[in-house]
Design a protein around this ligand. Structure first.
Ligand SMILES: [Zn+2]
Length: 255
């Protein structure tokens, strides 16, 4: 039996609400021993903390996602440090030029404020980044890098990965692994394995191809593991062990 960590999911999502215990039981059955549930807006900060208090295998991350840095979220930023007590990370935070409905200027100020909170609390970060890798690296130069953490669903090249690894960061991949369609992603995978690869589901988003058409769940991490193992030409047990070891090192928990 493998021991896995889903380092990025959104368990407070409404789609899980009435079947939460079944979702967790299925995850346990699949070998998931720890799940990091990340908030995306201050109105979830209490909910993710409560989930973690109620379920031993759930831990939480607190942040404001670039898609949700709306007017009602900004005044809550000073509360992040308190909200992050007991959290394993600051997240989900980041920058997005492709989809976020807010201008880059606003995203950057919200991101930098949360970067500073991570530095102050000495917590790793869980980051979302689309189309803004260079901007993010520039901000690390200006404000200092976060104290460790991951870029989730990382879509950059191995060369870009090197620049983030130089800041002590790692990468989690999920459902996109099962698309098995990208030479660039395969090169990335080989480049970051074994020490900088982690596994995620981003449930309820990004289902693996094997489970398309319904909300993604943490148990589906097994498909992501299998795809990673296949693409790397490594035994699934070895990939599970490496990714779980990385998760424990980065987020500082034991299983
Ligand atoms: Zn997410």
């Amino acid at each position: 039996m493998v021991a896995l960590v889903d380092v990025h999911c959104h368990l407070d999502s409404d789609v899980f609400h009435d079947r939460f215990d079944d979702i967790l039981a299925a995850a346990r059955q699949a070998g998931v021993r720890k799940l990091i549930t990340a908030s995306i807006h201050p109105n979830q900060w209490e909910a993710v903390r409560t989930l973690a208090q109620r379920h031993e295998e759930v831990v939480f991350a607190q942040g404001i996602h670039p898609w949700y840095c709306a007017d009602d979220a900004l005044p809550e930023l000073p509360r992040l440090e308190t909200a992050a007590r007991g959290a394993v990370a600051i997240g989900e935070i980041g920058l997005d030029t492709k989809k976020a409905p807010f201008p880059m200027e606003r995203q950057i100020s919200v991101f930098v404020a949360q970067l500073h909170t991570a530095q102050q609390c000495n917590l790793p970060v869980i980051m979302h980044c689309r189309g803004a890798f260079n901007e993010m690296l520039q901000l690390f130069k200006q404000h200092g890098p976060p104290p460790g953490g991951i870029l989730h669903n990382f879509s950059g090249s191995p060369e870009l990965a090197d620049q983030f690894m130089a800041h002590g960061l790692a990468f989690s991949l999920g459902g996109v692994l099962t698309w098995r369609n990208s030479a660039k992603r395969n090169r990335l995978l080989r480049h970051i394995y074994p020490d900088h690869l982690l596994l995620e589901t981003d449930a309820p988003d990004i289902p693996p191809v094997e489970a398309r058409g319904r909300p993604n769940t943490p148990a589906n991490i097994l498909y992501n593991l299998r795809a990673a193992a296949e693409l790397l030409g490594e035994p699934a047990e070895a990939v599970a062990a490496a990714t779980t070891r990385n998760a424990q090192r980065i987020f500082g928990f034991t299983l």
